[in-house]
Design a protein around this ligand. Structure first.
Ligand code: PLP
Length: 339
């Protein structure tokens, strides 16, 4: 194998040795299969291809200073996948089977887990798709669960830094009673135009308001939003936001640090009052926000006056990364050690 340049990994796909699969047929999940094949053999009328019966997850494994490999909040990702399955009527994979598959695929690809010093990690991508042939719009009766892994670099190449965001009013990511709360591919297809526009305008990412009233904050691209003011961690409550596992973890850590935590509708104007703000998710942990521009209203909410991450964002970031890499105690049992 060609040596991997751990220090220069991007957030991209790299072939690893194995993936794992479990098929659902005749009303039951089968045995776990190990494969080295990167392609899937699919029926051209599979429901995932036509009617979007597709769910995915994203989580990470980290190699610690002690050489141990830790997977962050495995059960939470398993539960969110089940919730997505309920949302688009797919067969639910039991939590134990999800765990079995993730542990197996991580262990089989152990040589791809980046060394501690690099700040890189192993990204784990579970995928669940409807595979049986169907022409009418109905749920499939056969499903495939696949998990592959790929090493990914640290999100902040030049160090932990702030980014500018732009409110895009022209496109919605998800409807108030739609699939935004589920991790389905269709939401990401719906976000591509807004994301492209934000990049063309020179922003790091698009920022969504609620689709119905365009009054409240929803999400920052493929990440949740939080703002900090008056010793309070504030994150939007809405029916179209994906429940981020990173956000859930940060709410707990914020509380442990003595902050108040509020989850409630956050009107756009409140952006002017935050002392710090961040986008949070598995990829970045926290991506501190420099400013959010609302071009149509001619407003610019400058959150970081000096362009640097604020002290609370930095503390939360270091704490969460510390737990993930095993440098900080895992008080809540968030980490599964790969034996
Ligand atoms: C739309 C969206 N929101 C939020 C998140 C962050 O979720 P998590 O912290 O579970 O990675 C993600 C990424 O998974 C996402 O795709």
């Amino acid at each position: 194998m060609k040596e991997i340049d751990w220090a220069n990994l991007s957030f991209g796909y790299m072939k690893t040795d194995y993936n794992v699969r479990i098929n659902f047929r005749n009303g039951a999940w089968g045995e776990l299969e190990v494969s080295s094949e990167e392609y899937l053999n699919l029926h051209m009328a599979a429901t995932c291809l036509h009617y979007g019966q597709e769910a995915f997850e994203g989580l990470k494994a980290f190699r610690g200073k002690d050489g141990k490999v830790r997977i962050f909040r495995l059960e939470e990702n398993a539960a969110r996948l089940q919730s997505t399955c309920q949302g688009i009527l797919m067969a639910e994979l039991p939590i134990e089977r999800f765990k079995e598959a993730i542990l197996k695929v991580v262990k089989l690809n152990e040589r791809f887990i980046p060394p501690y010093e690099t700040g890189a990690s192993l990204y784990i991508r579970p995928l669940l798709i409807g595979t049986s042939a169907q022409v009418g719009v109905h749920p499939a009766n056969e499903y495939m669960f696949v998990v592959f892994v790929t090493p990914v670099g640290p999100y902040f190449k030049g160090g932990f830094s702030t980014n500018p965001y732009v409110i895009i009013r022209e496109f919605d990511r998800s409807a108030p009673l739609g699939t935004g709360i589920y991790k389905v591919g269709g939401n990401y297809a719906a976000s591509l135009r807004a994301n492209k526009k934000a990049h063309e305008l020179g922003y790091s990412c698009e920022f969504y308001l609620d689709a119905k009233e365009k009054k409240y904050i929803d999400e920052c691209g493929a990440a949740n939003f939080f703002g900090i003011k008056d010793n309070t961690y504030i994150t939007p409550k809405s029916t179209s936001i994906l429940p981020s596992i990173t956000n859930k973890s940060l709410m707990q850590l914020a509380e442990d640090m003595g902050l108040k935590v509020e989850r409630r509708p956050v009107p756009e104007e409140e952006l002017a009052t935050f002392e710090e703000a961040g986008a949070c998710g598995t990829a970045a942990v926290i991506s501190p926000i420099e400013r959010i521009d609302d071009l149509e209203n001619g407003k610019s909410y400058v959150i970081s006056k000096d362009g640097k991450p604020g002290p609370i964002c930095t503390k939360l970031y270091n704490k969460l990364r510390g737990i993930q890499y095993g440098d900080e105690p895992d008080t809540y049992g968030w980490v599964t050690i790969v034996e």
